[in-house]
Design a binder for this molecule. Sequence first.
Ligand SMILES: C[C@@]1(CC(=O)O)C2=NC(=C\c3[nH]c(c(CCC(=O)O)c3CC(=O)O)Cc3[nH]c(c(CC(=O)O)c3CCC(=O)O)/C=C3\N/C(=C\2)[C@@H](CCC(=O)O)[C@]3(C)CC(=O)O)/[C@H]1CCC(=O)O
Ligand SMILES: NC(=O)c1ccc[n+]([C@@H]2O[C@H](COP(=O)([O-])OP(=O)(O)OC[C@H]3O[C@@H](n4cnc5c(N)ncnc54)[C@H](O)[C@@H]3O)[C@@H](O)[C@H]2O)c1
Length: 213
Amino acid sequence: MSTHVDFPVCLRLRGKRVLLVGAGTIAEERAGQLVDAGAVLRVVAPSAGPVIRRLAEEGRLELAGRAYAPGDVRGHHVVFVATDDRRVSEAVVDEARAQGIWVNAADIPELCDFTLPSVGRRGPIVVAVSTSGQAPALARRLRQQFVAQVAPGHVQLARLTGWLRKRLPAGAERMRLLKQLVEGEAGALLARGQRKAAWVQVRAALETFGEKQ
Ligand SMILES: C[C@@]1(CC(=O)O)C2=NC(=C\c3[nH]c(c(CCC(=O)O)c3CC(=O)O)Cc3[nH]c(c(CC(=O)O)c3CCC(=O)O)/C=C3\N/C(=C\2)[C@@H](CCC(=O)O)[C@]3(C)CC(=O)O)/[C@H]1CCC(=O)O
Ligand SMILES: NC(=O)c1ccc[n+]([C@@H]2O[C@H](COP(=O)([O-])OP(=O)(O)OC[C@H]3O[C@@H](n4cnc5c(N)ncnc54)[C@H](O)[C@@H]3O)[C@@H](O)[C@H]2O)c1
């Protein structure tokens, strides 16, 4: 059995220039996710589906309505290819690799410098499942199961600790407080939907932090 495992990261794409070659079914999904992540997205494809055309009309991405041409990759941080022509994907990947730019070719593992996990979101919580290329359909199924376990209370807890993180000075005491909120009674109450009782716990924890209510 192979011992190969892929290494997961969460890219912060806000303001980063990203190239997407192809604008069909798969590319449409990618485009939506990339625009939502704040990427400055350029799409190159001779024909585009309705989602990409609309995003272009709204000025949320730039669409070049033509075939890929050498030189298109230059100036981008990350490149995605999702065309129905393997030779095009190979040419794009060759150009990206020659320039040291990370590239993903949908469904072609040997042309991928990184693969895409199956992703689900609940507020700021991102559930991503990778099978290191072994079983994408299983990644999708497990992701659906895991996302279903993320309760509204978990999302509230993430938002609450995010809010406190911005307001309390960093350091050992803040770390202890946030950990206590997540692992202790407040987290358990929020997960059960008992917001008022949870808030009592949060206030008590903040008082010991020295915060005036
Ligand atoms: C997770 C997801 C993310 C996304 O694409 O957004 C994704 N594939 C998804 C679905 C899916 N893809 C395929 C099926 C049919 C069942 C099957 O074949 O198993 C299904 C299931 C379905 O459609 O339900 C076919 C397939 N995919 C790859 C190959 C090539 C090969 O295996 O050699 C083949 C055979 C092609 C052929 O035979 O011609 C390769 C890759 N697909 C990956 C990601 C990367 C590894 C991810 C991982 O490590 O788990 C990797 C390596 C490269 C990449 O594309 O990044 C997305 C689910 C999104 C969701 O959650 O909805
Ligand atoms: N990873 C996955 O989950 C997954 C699932 C299904 C299919 N795929 C693969 O992804 C690829 C794309 O699938 P699709 O369903 O989006 O195909 P599609 O037919 O819907 O779209 C193909 C796109 O490629 C563009 N294209 C063709 N030649 C081009 C060129 N020279 N330059 C730029 N763009 C060009 C077309 O204009 C079109 O927008 C296929 O190889 C398919 O096997 C991946």
